[in-house]
Ligand binder design. Sequence first.
Ligand code: KIV
Length: 270
Amino acid sequence: MENKVKRITTQTLREMKLRKEPIVVLTAYDYTFGKLLDKVGIEVLLVGDSASNVIAGHETTLPITVEQMIYHASAVVRSAQRAMVVVDMPFGSYQSDSKLALHTAIRIMKESGAHAVKLEGGASVIESVRRIVSAGIPVMGHLGLTPQSIYQFGSYRVRATDPEEAKKLRADAQLLADSGVFAIVLEKVPASLAKEITESLSIPTIGIGAGPYCDGQVLVLYDMLGLTTDFSPRFLRRYANLAEVVQSACRKYLEDVKRRFFPSPAESYE
Ligand code: KIV
């Protein structure tokens, strides 16, 4: 009999919230890493538009295109047997009108085979959220420090520290939940505010720099693996120093080739 792994769904995530089991999310951009993450049991693979930074080397997430997101997402979808794959809708692909938003979401779902999309913002994008949700596509929200608005914010500092912004964030979170999103990412907001929002919603919150009280946590894979070295916000815990591992292996290879130590006779064909 076929041994099919049961896929994580929006329902699974809601049940996890109910039984207070933390939801573990990591970003993924390719097949090889996606497969490793799926095998260790990461529940959600987020094909983040942070690919614009860590894969393409752009300063912000703004330049990445729908086609590029679909390329990364299809590789991750092929890698994941159990994890739910969520794909960021890139800047410019949903803000101008809800028809464009639905068109983009449908393209992402059809062309990559992903299971859900994510978009940034609250009230300002609510028509788009509603239209995508009514088409049967699961939507994840994203509030707080929303990197696609970096030029409006002017910096990557913690958001919603003043009462006005905190009030708006609470209202946006409730509006998103009422409009049918299945989870909300809270990025770089005070832990007490994230706790309050988490307790007030029936859908899961996923925190990044939002303290320990969210229903789940997400980190950018390349940051937590220590592949990136020039980004060290307080919330980032590095679980490895892969930059050093990779550089040391490549340095050794360089030396071996230069000194004709590689390949050896055993590594050559007769
Ligand atoms: O693009 C991304 O990696 C994200 C996470 C930081 C939540 O949106």
